[in-house]
Design a protein around this ligand. Structure first.
Ligand code: SF4
Ligand code: FES
Length: 373
């Protein structure tokens, strides 16, 4: 077996050895933590991704051992491969910090301030990016872009105003399904995600575009407006699925399964299955298996402590057991209003109907329609 050539690369003062052909971003991810640049368009599981958003820009202060000259401009770390002896600055470079603030400002030019009503809130990469690298004020005084509404079918809702044109969903449809019907139409500030001649996205694996979308542009119609992710308890679960890996995260509240997603790793990408393949999930697992009894529950999903989703999350020392409600104990046994059970409080909703099974937002009309039928 031929020996693999290893290159030494230093990122923010930390040196590691990686195989030739590794990109700066992949090398930085191997170091981990803050050294890894943010990536809004690169997705390691999608061939050809990256090079679109410029959030991963870094400074190469030394090109290589043979040619130590610095690179004249900041480079996209997701598309630039390492050289032996290369030195890279990410958060230690003022130029990078400044450029990244500019990229965030650019991405937010047309992005609406939808966070209070957007289903991606709490797990949005653009939210994290603007929190960490953005500015608190905007200089943009013009009207933001608006689009004609496109219907993408029964399962997926497109909010084009939120799209940052990262192309991830296009690569997903290209590489996971055998008939991509959507893409980026038009160019410049007219560019938009759309289907040609109003088609719906209905391939069995197309639901994965929801998981790869870094913002709330593609959302799950079975989950929209049902709950906030930080009120839900993510649990790892699996089922014997004939179509996909069947390894998912269930987003539960009490016994109700509100949402099913693929499992994500620390970079927000689909986690690999034990046999090393990406754990994409099929539409049946994602949209139709909304009963807890459909799944074998493995246990609470590990969530980063920095994430808002970790609040009230019962992973760790308490294991699978729900912790004792401190409020009840200190409130003379009375449930606090803020933690009310929606079934007790709402005349529309009924405990025998699980919100996760109502298709679309759970407002009164939808609910009544279901109740009558
Ligand atoms: S819809 Fe989402 S995944 Fe698709 S290009 Fe826009 S931001 Fe990227
Ligand atoms: S992640 Fe590198 S350009 Fe988008």
């Amino acid at each position: 077996m031929s020996e693999q050539t290893l290159f030494k690369v230093t990122v923010d003062g930390i040196t590691i050895e990686v195989p030739a052909g590794t990109t700066i971003l992949q090398a930085a991810r191997q170091i981990g933590g803050e050294v890894a640049p943010p990536a809004m368009c690169y997705y390691s599981k999608l061939k050809g991704s990256g090079g679109k958003c410029r959030t991963c820009l870094v400074e190469v202060s030394k090109g290589s051992e043979k040619d130590p000259r610095p690179m004249p401009k900041l480079v996209a770390s997701c598309r630039t491969t390492v050289m032996d002896g290369m030195e890279v600055k990410n958060i230690t470079s003022e130029k990078v910090v400044d450029a990244r603030a500019g990229v965030v400002e650019f991405l937010l030019l047309n992005h609406p301030l939808d966070c209070p009503i957007c289903d991606q809130a709490g797990e949005c990469h653009l939210q994290d990016l603007s929190f960490e690298h953005g500015k608190s004020k905007t200089r943009f005084e013009f009207q933001k872009r608006t689009f004609k509404k496109h219907d993408l079918g029964d399962h997926i809702q497109l909010h084009m105003t939120r799209c940052i044109l990262c192309y991830r969903c296009v690569f997903t449809a290209d590489q996971l399904t055998n008939k991509r019907v959507h893409g980026i139409l038009d160019r410049g500030d007219h560019a938009e995600i759309a289907t040609h001649i109003e088609k719906s996205l209905d391939n069995e694996f197309i639901g994965n575009v929801i998981d790869v979308c870094p913002v709330g542009a593609l959302t799950d119609k079975t989950f929209r407006f049902k709950n906030r992710v930080w009120f839900l308890k993510p649990m790892d679960a699996h089922r014997d699925c004939p179509t996909c890996s069947g390894r998912v995260t269930l987003w539960n509240r009490g016994d109700e399964v509100y949402r099913v997603t693929a499992r994500k790793d620390e970079w927000g990408e689909i986690e690999d299955t034990p046999d090393g393949k990406p754990g994409w999930i099929c539409n049946t697992c994602r949209f139709d298996k909304k009963e807890a009894s459909d799944w074998v529950i493995e246990g609470p999903r590990a969530i980063s402590r920095a994430s808002v989703i970790s609040q009230g999350h019962y992973q760790g020392s308490v294991g699978m057991h729900k912790p004792t409600e401190t409020f009840l104990a200190v409130n003379g046994g009375r449930a606090p209003h803020l933690l009310m059970d929606i079934h007790d409080e709402s005349e529309v909703n009924k405990p025998e109907i699980h919100l996760g099974q109502i298709h679309g937002p759970s407002h009164g009309d939808t609910f009544n329609k279901i109740e009558k039928s």
